[in-house]
Design a protein around this ligand. Structure first.
Ligand SMILES: NC(=O)c1ccc[n+]([C@@H]2O[C@H](COP(=O)([O-])OP(=O)(O)OC[C@H]3O[C@@H](n4cnc5c(N)ncnc54)[C@H](OP(=O)(O)O)[C@@H]3O)[C@@H](O)[C@H]2O)c1
Length: 298
């Protein structure tokens, strides 16, 4: 995959894709390229105004794009259920699900509608519920992809089963690291489960390195934009995972440059903690319990 670019995305005509957080940053670039290559893209956004503006921007950049805006707030499981019900009712099949939306390092401990810590709740539990609910549509398309977006920061993460919601102690980067580690554990566990059940769904994970987006604007040091690569470059590992024909379940993609912070996509290795099947199984069980969603893979 020498210097893979979005130009190498195959024709996606006839495919349906859902991208969460498609109105901004990496999600926007992912939606744009999937649509440019022929997929019908459902832009799953929490704010109607921002979503509509983004949809019009994609349309301006790719006039033939087939797009749809659908409201989804991952920090509210009622919204997740509503989104999934509408999708299943209207379409019934899904080729690519990109679990991209995320929040990072919120200064104060905040809670989702169900009372989950906001980063775990949005980045992991909301996507856990969404993927489980959309599974019938994914299974209706053999070879369908689920791509979750993690971070190099998953390497700093630890799943604190004794204080998962940071009730006793909240540290903003610790909560982010936990949620991004959860994204990788989720992917590997889903890949194992799919294999065991002989389910034809391909689950991969990708990280963008360091990319100039709204996320970094809010929280990083002031020089972030100077050091960061573009959002379009940051989206390449996600797009590779979502569209390259030879991707198999449980693969992980990131930029191939210095410290995986920039560059074209390549296969990368997850932190040891992310490769521990026991932690993954336990997190899965807790996630089922918290969201009330169980996966029907068989
Ligand atoms: N940029 C980087 O360098 C970097 C590095 C590592 C990992 N990542 C990961 O990349 C992903 C995308 O981030 P980004 O950098 O593109 O940041 P971004 O520009 O801030 O985009 C984040 C997106 O997530 C959406 N979102 C947040 N909370 C949501 C919720 N409750 N329900 C639905 N959507 C929600 C945002 O919607 P609103 O616009 O309405 O807020 C926005 O569309 C995240 O998972 C992040 O952890 C980014």
């Amino acid at each position: 995959m020498a210097k893979w670019t979005a130009e190498e995305i195959p024709d996606l005509g006839g495919q349906v894709a859902v991208v969460t957080g498609a109105n901004s940053g990496l999600g926007y670039e992912t939606a744009l390229e999937l649509a440019r290559h022929g997929a019908h893209v459902v832009m799953a956004c929490r704010d109607e105004g921002r979503g509509t503006t983004a949809r019009e921007q994609v349309r301006a950049q790719a006039p033939s794009a087939s797009l749809e805006l659908s409201l989804l707030d991952l920090a509210d499981l009622t919204s997740v259920r509503k989104f999934a019900e509408a999708f299943l009712g209207e379409r019934g099949r899904l080729d690519v699900l990109v679990n991209n939306a995320g929040v990072m390092a919120l200064p104060e401990r905040r809670l989702t509608a169900e009372g989950f810590e906001m980063q775990l709740g949005t980045n992991h539990l909301g996507h856990f519920a969404l993927t489980g609910l959309l599974l019938p549509a994914l299974l209706a398309r053999p070879g369908a992809r689920v791509v979750s977006v993690t971070s190099f920061a998953h390497k700093t993460g630890k799943i604190r089963f004794d204080d998962l919601q940071a009730e006793r102690r909240y540290r903003k980067w610790r909560a982010y690291g936990q949620s991004k580690l959860a994204n990788v554990l989720f992917t590997f566990e889903l890949a194992r489960r799919a294999q065991d059940a002989d389910a034809p769904v391909v689950t991969a994970v990708a990280h963008p390195g360091f990319a100039a987006t709204h996320l970094q604007d809010q929280t990083s040091f002031s020089g972030a934009r100077v050091f960061a690569q573009s959002a379009a470059m940051g989206a390449l590992p996600i797009l590779f995972a979502a569209t390259e024909p030879d991707v198999v379940g449980g693969e992980f993609f990131g930029p191939r440059g210095f410290m995986q912070q920039r560059g074209h996509p390549t296969r990368v290795k997850a932190a040891r903690a992310a490769r521990d099947p026991e932690t993954a199984r336990r997190l899965w069980a807790v996630s089922e319990e918290l969201t009330g969603i169980t996966y029907q893979l068989g």
